[in-house]
Design a protein around this ligand. Structure first.
Ligand SMILES: [Zn+2]
Length: 80
């Protein structure tokens, strides 16, 4: 199974992963790298994953108990 992650800037990334793009929280400007396993890196998926990651991250600000973003988010494989 392919796995894709949004990893907060400053977090160490295993050498097994490649940074493929950058997602930025529209609300607090936190930066995340979109990371793909080298063995299943797919640049075609990155644009949609940035959109998805930003939607997840931004959605957290709606929660009253929200304090800060996680360091890592899992992004599900895109489905049509
Ligand atoms: Zn934010």
């Amino acid at each position: 199974m392919k796995q894709f992650w949004a990893v907060r800037f400053g977090q160490k990334l295993s050498k097994k992963y490649l940074k493929m793009g950058r997602a930025i929280c529209p609300d607090c400007r936190a930066y995340f790298s979109i990371a793909h396993l080298k063995t299943s890196a797919d640049a075609k998926m990155v644009k949609a994953q940035i959109t998805k990651a930003q939607r997840i991250i931004r959605g957290e600000h709606v929660d009253d108990k929200f304090e800060k973003h996680l360091n890592v988010y899992k992004i599900a494989e895109n489905r049509k």
